[in-house]
Structure formats: C-alpha cells, structure tokens
Design a protein around this ligand. Structure first.
Ligand SMILES: [Zn+2]
Length: 120
C-alpha cells in the first residue's frame, strides 16, 4: 500500500446536527479543487476554507428557506449544527461518490421513516 499524505485524499465536509450528529448535508472535495463561490468567483477549496465555504452555502439556503432550520430527524435547531472536515480513504472523486451517495440514501430513508409528517 502506498501511503499518500492526507492532502491527496478526497475530503468530506459534513454538516451534522448537535448533539446527535445526524448528517444533514455533505460535500466531498479534493484540496486544490475549485468550486463556485457565492459571488460567482471560483473558490479554491482547502482544508482551511472548505467548512466555511459550505457554511456560507448552507446559511444562504437557510435564509432562502431552501432547507429547514431544524434537523429532520431530531428537530435540533440550526444553531446547534456543526461542520466537520475530514479525510476519506479515497484518492479520487470517482471512488468517493458511490459511498457518498450510499450514505445520502441511508439518511433519506431514515428521514422517510421518522419524518414522514414533515412534508410541506
Ligand atoms: Zn438530528
């Protein structure tokens, strides 16, 4: 196994509710990858700014009411949500995507079971 430094790995920023840590939203990125910023300028994502980048996006959605300000599973308010940036074992986005999709799906299923009444 060739060990690469963590900076070469795909990283994931997760938005978790507090204190139960339900995954509300997640993005995967490779350090050095660019993403569209809020002002249409590209942002180069690094471990130093990825969580803040996602927080800005989520705060915009909260303001626009694109997403609710409560965890769909336990009703924890947005003020208790936390962002976590960590490395995955994956070296390419292609490898990481199936796993991201799988956890997204698991979360959606949990929401369907518990939060079926939340539809507006
Ligand atoms: Zn929750």
């Amino acid at each position: 196994m060739d060990q690469k430094p963590n900076d070469d790995r795909v990283r994931i920023v997760q938005l978790l509710c507090g204190p139960l840590r339900h995954a509300i939203f997640a993005i995967a990125y490779l350090p050095g990858m660019s993403a569209q910023g809020s002002d249409d300028n590209d942002v180069v994502l690094t471990t130093a700014n990825a969580a803040a980048y996602m927080a800005a996006m989520v705060n915009r959605w909260l303001k626009q009411k694109t997403i609710g300000d409560r965890c769909g599973l336990c009703d924890a308010p947005a003020a208790s949500w936390v962002y976590e940036d960590r490395a995955t074992k994956f070296q390419t986005m292609e490898e990481a995507l199936p796993q991201l999709r799988a956890s997204e799906r698991a979360n959606l299923q949990a929401r369907d079971m518990i939060g079926g009444a939340h539809r507006n």
